[in-house]
Ligand binder design. Structure first.
Ligand SMILES: [Zn+2]
Length: 263
């Protein structure tokens, strides 16, 4: 091999090596949030990117509490009522609705075997609040953890952006408001627990039933309420906190809001 050929190989290697490393570092990154790029993960009501007759209402549930570092189960929280009626949005569920759970995505601190009970408790509350007008059925489990208009109404822990505790995507017909697809993605980056009580909660983490019952209120057709004085006790209050479990149960105003959607 001549000196020229050798030096050519060195030059080529010098050019290609950084390329190889940059490809390697790209491959190590997590994949993009494909569907989420089309539907903004920001509170709002958007046209569905692929279906002109469908709109997507997105609710981002934010945290509102300073960080607490030491886990501690507190059981004297109380479960105050409130009569302020929660406002409804532009959508409603049909008379029967099937949901799909992703047990494999549930944090170990909550327990995948508990997801059926946690979701079941929440749906039972809202079934009752609808005056038994909306029946919920647990469908086949899913391994999906991203929102999509795919006929699966999923509850999963997955990736959400920023400080969102959970994000719910409601697809509904722009004419008439009938819901056609709903997905709730809980943020796996946070610490989660489940006390199985409306008056006990771990002060260092978010109670899964507390947060999920709020998200299911959006499935029903209810909005977030941000007026602290009137709505801080409501399940549909717009912020969630660690060490909170009162949203496991609905206030009189939450129930009145749901009843108004299903007269
Ligand atoms: Zn919300």
């Amino acid at each position: 091999m001549t000196k020229i050929k050798l030096s050519l190989i060195f030059v080529l290697a010098a050019l290609l090596l950084p390329l190889a490393f940059s490809r390697f570092s790209l491959a190590k990154k997590e994949p993009p949030l494909e569907d989420n790029q089309e539907v903004p993960e920001v509170d709002g009501d958007y046209p569905d990117p692929k279906n002109k007759d469908v709109r997507v209402r997105v609710f981002v549930y934010k945290e509102k509490q300073a960080k607490v570092s030491t886990p501690s189960l507190v059981c004297s929280l109380g479960d105050p009522d409130s009569t302020a009626v929660v406002a409804k949005g532009n959508w409603h569920l049909p008379g029967s609705w099937t949901y799909n759970l992703n047990p494999a995505s549930v944090p170990a601190s909550v327990g995948s075997a508990n997801l059926g009970t946690i979701a079941g408790n929440g749906f039972a509350d809202w079934f009752s609040a609808s005056g038994s007008k909306v029946t919920f059925t647990k469908g086949a489990d899913t391994t999906k953890d991203r929102q999509a208009y795919d006929g699966k109404n999923i509850i999963a822990w997955g990736r959400t952006s920023g400080t969102a505790l959970g994000v719910t995507y409601i697809r509904y017909l722009s004419s008439g408001g009938l819901v056609v697809d709903v997905d709730t993605i809980m943020n796996k980056k946070f610490l989660w627990s489940w006390s199985n009580s409306a008056t006990c909660a771990d002060t260092a983490s978010y109670d899964a039933e507390n947060i999920l019952t709020h998200e299911l209120g959006h499935w029903m057709g209810l909005n977030d309420m941000y007026d602290v004085a009137n709505y801080r006790e409501a399940t549909m209050y717009g912020y969630g906190a660690k060490g909170e479990a009162k949203k496991d149960t609905l206030t009189t105003g939450d129930k009145a809001g749901a009843a108004a959607i299903y007269p």
